[in-house]
Design a protein around this ligand. Structure first.
Ligand SMILES: [Fe+2]
Ligand SMILES: [Fe+2]
Length: 269
């Protein structure tokens, strides 16, 4: 039987996934996201790439209904599938590191939802804050739990944004995508092409890239973003399997690529 991914039907999915999304929807407000950006975008914690990768051996993403393996295995599986398809070296690297922002749990807290136990400020599908939550979010019944939806400034389709402002002008729910994007944008020796940076930043924005919401806020160039994301997404989603790897066995292939696009020094998180 063919495996079905992203099945959130109550009977199938662990209660933990649903609970994760309930907390995420209730807590991720415009105010919260701004506070997390100020708190975590400090770029003062150096970590080598392989050290950072190894730390994800201890993290299982609670929001993922398809995978119970440590996150580092998902990263390697994604990268290896991109490599098997003969895709460009930078895209293989993006597959390998796209979830690396989850290292946030190393210095996160339960209160912020950025810890091993509380992951609602770190993983899961994201949405824009500062405007209405669309019903294309998973478990849309939780949308009403978000305090911003009581605020007339934030609860309309365009909210604080202007029409066609473009994706890059939106503030998205705080999580590993935006964190890694900002960290790498701040990384002096980052040479990952724009397409790769877009894959890193927006891969969890399902209500947009899969749900088709936020059309009034999109700019023409976002169509290109959508093509990049759709291309990447199949590797993020359909490569999940029980096959596991060691970091050591794949390092030989990816290390020169990482040095080419990121340099050899530490990354400042
Ligand atoms: Fe991710
Ligand atoms: Fe992923």
């Amino acid at each position: 039987m063919e495996k079905v991914f992203r099945n959130y039907d109550a009977a199938d999915v662990k209660a933990a996934v649903r609970e994760h999304y309930r907390k995420m929807r209730a807590n991720q407000t415009y105010e919260y996201v701004g506070r997390m950006q100020r708190k975590y975008l400090t770029y003062d914690k150096p970590l080598g790439l392989w050290e950072a990768m190894a730390s994800l051996d201890d993290l299982i993403d609670v929001s993922d209904p398809d995978l119970d393996l440590p996150n580092v295995q998902h990263l390697i599986q994604s990268a290896e599938a991109i490599r098997e398809d003969g895709r460009p070296d930078w895209m293989q690297l993006v597959g390998l590191i796209h979830d690396l922002g989850k290292v946030l749990y190393l210095w996160g807290s339960d209160a912020d939802g950025t810890s091993q136990d509380e992951q609602w400020g770190m993983v899961g599908d994201v949405f824009a804050v500062g405007c209405a939550l669309p019903d294309t979010c998973v478990y849309p019944e939780f949308n009403r739990l978000n305090p911003d939806m009581e605020n007339p400034e934030y609860n309309t389709e365009t909210g604080i944004y202007s029409e066609e402002c473009g994706l890059d002008a939106l503030m998205l729910a705080w999580g590993h995508d935006e964190y890694l994007f900002q960290v790498l944008s701040n990384h002096a020796t980052n040479r990952i092409p724009e397409a790769g940076m877009v894959m890193i930043r927006y891969h969890s924005f399902y209500p947009w890239h899969t749900g088709g919401s936020y059309s009034r806020l999109l700019a023409p160039r976002d169509q290109q973003y959508l093509e990049w994301i759709r291309d990447f997404n199949k590797y993020d989603l359909y490569t999940k399997s029980t096959k596991t790897y060691s970091l050591e066995e794949i390092r030989e292939h990816y290390e020169p690529i990482a040095e080419k696009y990121l340099g050899s020094g530490p990354i400042y998180f």
